[in-house]
Design a protein around this ligand. Structure first.
Ligand SMILES: Cc1ncc(COP(=O)(O)O)c(C=O)c1O
Length: 385
């Protein structure tokens, strides 16, 4: 039987899952002025703001080379293209991630191999990665690369994964679409993989007003290759394309938006951490609350709880006017497009369970305590705890 929420307050302010309007109240005028400057100078493609943003992202992350691009998916695609990954190669990745991580591998002609995640961090399980490498070999594929995803904003345990990655000489792509701004053991995201890809999709902690992405690497030669591929494979002669490339540039207008948002990003990250800590205090004991692994900071792209009564809690919150989201209701190895691709070991039980039990609650830097109390109160009421 459906329990009616006791918390419906028709006069209470609306709760947004991610409140971009609140951010605009703080920053809107500066962003509008920045967009206007681009409109007036008219250098819409690779204008000065693009290079300015790339230098600012290098300073922020500590990475030697940053290259912006069209979105997080193309960022991953550029990595695979630059490395020449293709037919006969296996690319290992978690099943509990967004489809973009896998689709690029298929487009490159390589085979994604899905591995399991850990139940507390939701990030890649080193033992399952090792087993995925064996699966690749049994299938006659060359284990060429691993895409490690920093799910919900927290870096994976790169230290625990390193022995497997090194033993099998896997090329490490960090899919930091959700984690730009976080760090692991004092190293900022952008320097945790051989190459790091991120997304500036509007709902990301650092999001633009459309699509956007960036790549981070320490390797100057590799950065030059990425820059060429981003621009149709151009070489030193403008009319002699050196390689088959892509059109994967970031628009100047988006760079201008990001430059303004980057100025307040550190402050927003502090707010996200404060809100996550408070959620944990309010919800501890009622559900599995998200935990940071030792040495990690998170940008809290999502605040995700785990409960066996997930569907009931989601319905109860909906009735109470509180939006929630499920990331992800189906792990990739269960999705129609990816059913035919191999998995590590004998199935991925943690990914399967999490898909049935995770629930993301409203999370953004402008979530006030009254709204948070309503959300946490509703979760507890739904569970009778
Ligand atoms: C883990 C992960 N990888 C890749 C992407 C792709 O980013 P984009 O939407 O910018 O193409 C996303 C975006 O949601 C993501 O969450």
């Amino acid at each position: 039987m459906k329990v009616k929420p006791v918390l419906v307050q028709t006069d209470a302010p609306k709760i947004e899952f991610i409140d971009l309007v609140a951010q605009r109240r703080r920053l809107g005028d500066r962003i509008d002025a920045a967009i206007r400057r681009v409109v007036e100078h008219g250098r819409f493609i690779l204008g000065p703001e693009v290079a300015e943003l790339e230098r600012a992202l290098e300073r922020f992350s500590g990475a030697a080379h940053v290259l912006t691009c069209s979105n997080g998916t193309d960022a991953l695609m550029l990595c695979l293209r630059a490395r020449g990954i293709g037919a006969g190669d296996a690319v290992l990745m978690p099943s509990f991630t967004f489809a973009a991580t896998a689709e690029v591998v298929c487009h490159a002609g390589a085979t994604p191999i899905f591995v399991d995640v850990l139940p507390e961090s939701f990030n890649m399980d080193p033992a399952s990665l090792a087993s995925g490498v064996q699966s690749a070999r049994q299938l006659g594929l060359k284990p060429a690369a691993v895409i490690v995803v920093d799910l919900f904003g927290q870096p994976a345990d790169y230290a625990a994964l390193a022995p497997v990655i090194e033993a099998h000489k896997l090329w490490l792509i960090a899919d930091a679409a959700q984690s730009f701004g976080a760090s692991f053991r004092g190293t900022k995201v952008g320097r945790l993989g051989a190459v790091t890809a991120t997304s500036f999709y509007p709902a990301k902690p650092l999001g633009c007003y459309g699509d956007g992405g960036a790549l981070f690497t320490e390797d100057a030669e590799f950065a030059a290759l990425l820059a060429s591929l981003r621009l149709h494979g151009t070489g030193s002669d403008k009319y002699d394309h050196a390689r088959v490339g892509m059109n994967a540039r970031l628009d100047t207008i988006q760079a201008a938006v990001l430059l303004e948002k980057l100025r307040i990003f550190a402050d927003e990250l502090e707010a996200r951490q404060r809100i996550a800590t408070r959620y944990n205090e309010l919800l501890e004991g009622a559900v599995q609350v998200p935990r940071l692994i030792p040495g990690a900071t998170s940008v809290w792209a999502q605040y995700t709880i785990v409960t066996q009564q997930r569907d009931h809690v989601a319905a109860y919150l909906k009735d109470a006017g509180i939006p929630t989201a499920i990331h992800y209701p189906k792990p990739l190895h269960r999705q129609t497009a990816y059913l035919a691709y191999p998995t590590a070991g004998n199935g991925l039980p943690v990914s399967d369970r999490l898909a049935a039990e995770v629930l993301s609650l409203p999370m953004h830097p402008y979530l006030d305590e009254a709204a948070q109390d309503r959300i946490a109160g509703a979760v507890r009421d739904a569970l009778g705890r």
